[in-house]
Design a protein around this ligand. Structure first.
Ligand code: SF4
Ligand code: SF4
Length: 357
């Protein structure tokens, strides 16, 4: 619990980054309909030596949580050594995986032995065929369940074991069932709310939307019952990693399509590209490839990062962005600025203290 609370206090008192999402690779063995990672792929991957410098820079910034993501991070053959680089710095170290067949019990155990705290495994639905359609692969749900249960049964004393659930029009009406399922399994429900899809311009410059995932196409009259159930589950202390404020934002978005907010991406939370460039968030990677670039793999990163021109660039990028509902950027901002969210986080930490060691 100490690492989590210390990180939250560092952010509340000193605006230290709460989470850094490190994309270890652009490679993925799935082809999910809501993800365009396969179309990005610019720049190479960092070596272990370069990742040592990334860890050193994050430590100097006071970052508290590192999320090893991708692409699919467990496809990196040196993933265990990567965990060994970050864990000793005292970060809450988490892997975000699709839980595919490559996520073997042996590999997962080695990651935990190397110092892994948290793991989150992607699941969108309890319908196996639908899950395969979403991910463009086979036996996706079966594999993800295997990983989820293995980590829960063997390593939940280490930290959070969560199901990462991308909330979209594809699974909105299944949310109560998914929450019942994760809660009965004893794992956390970690939502990622889909707002824009393929929001980066394609090679022709236009924005592409996949309407079958679009939450705003739902009929407002049909969603009330679902929101009532979710509110009930939050009140009952189900293992749901979403603040009540975030839930109210989601409700507002589904009903009105509005998602603008006072974004602080690039400060409290940010993304690091496979080749080390900083991007304010997962949707602004264009900013990472424009000059001036702040690259984590260099020892002078902090000088570049604190440079007024670079900060102005991040600010401009945030202002140009129409908004989003990504909890990993919104909730840190709410945690540092909203007393009610702080109380709620404290309540959850006490309630789940066996997990938040
Ligand atoms: S598993 Fe994750 S990274 Fe891979 S295609 Fe799906 S959403 Fe994208
Ligand atoms: S609002 Fe902020 S976190 Fe959300 S997509 Fe835009 S820049 Fe990223």
């Amino acid at each position: 619990m100490f690492k989590y609370v210390k990180g939250a206090l560092g952010s509340i008192l000193f605006t230290n980054p709460l989470n850094a999402r490190l994309w270890l690779t652009y490679k993925c063995n799935y082809a999910c309909g809501m993800c365009d990672i396969r179309n990005i792929g610019r720049g190479g991957e960092m070596s272990l030596e370069e990742l040592e410098v990334v860890a050193w820079n994050l430590k100097r910034m006071g970052a508290s949580q590192i999320i090893l993501t991708g692409g699919e991070p467990l496809l990196r053959s040196d993933i265990v050594d990567i965990v060994k680089i970050f864990a000793p710095h005292g970060f809450v170290t988490r892997i975000q995986t699709n839980g595919g067949p490559h996520a073997t019990e042996d590999l997962l155990s080695k990651c935990y032995d190397a110092g892994l705290d948290d793991i989150s495994i992607s699941i969108d639905t309890l319908d196996a065929e639908k899950q395969d359609r979403i991910c463009g692969s086979k036996d996706v749900l079966k594999n993800a369940m295997r990983v989820l249960k293995f980590c829960k049964n063997n390593y939940s004393h280490k930290g959070v074991v969560a199901a990462d659930i991308v909330i979209s029009a594809q699974n909105f009406f299944e949310l109560p069932e998914l929450m019942e399922f994760t809660n009965s399994l004893g794992v956390f429900f970690n939502p990622c709310i889909l707002t824009r899809l393929f929001s980066r311009p394609s090679e022709h410059g236009e924005k592409k939307y996949v309407s079958s995932f679009d939450l705003t196409r739902l009929n407002p009259g049909d969603v009330e019952e679902i929101f009532r159930s979710i509110e009930e589950y939050i009140k009952k202390d189900y293992k749901i990693l979403m603040s009540s404020r975030m839930l109210s934002d989601l409700k507002h978005y589904v009903k009105t399509g509005e998602y603008r907010w006072g974004c602080m991406a690039g400060l409290l939370s940010f993304d690091i590209m496979p080749s080390g460039e900083l991007s304010p968030c997962c949707d602004t990677i264009d900013a990472a490839f424009e000059k001036p670039i702040a690259n984590f793999k260099y020892k002078d990163f902090l000088t570049q990062y604190r440079n007024e021109e670079f900060q102005k660039k991040c600010e401009d990028r945030r202002e140009r962005c129409p908004g989003c509902l990504y909890a990993c950027y919104r909730d840190p901002k709410y945690l540092v600025s909203d007393f009610f969210v702080q109380l709620e986080a404290l309540h959850k930490s006490i309630k789940f203290r066996k997990v938040f060691k």
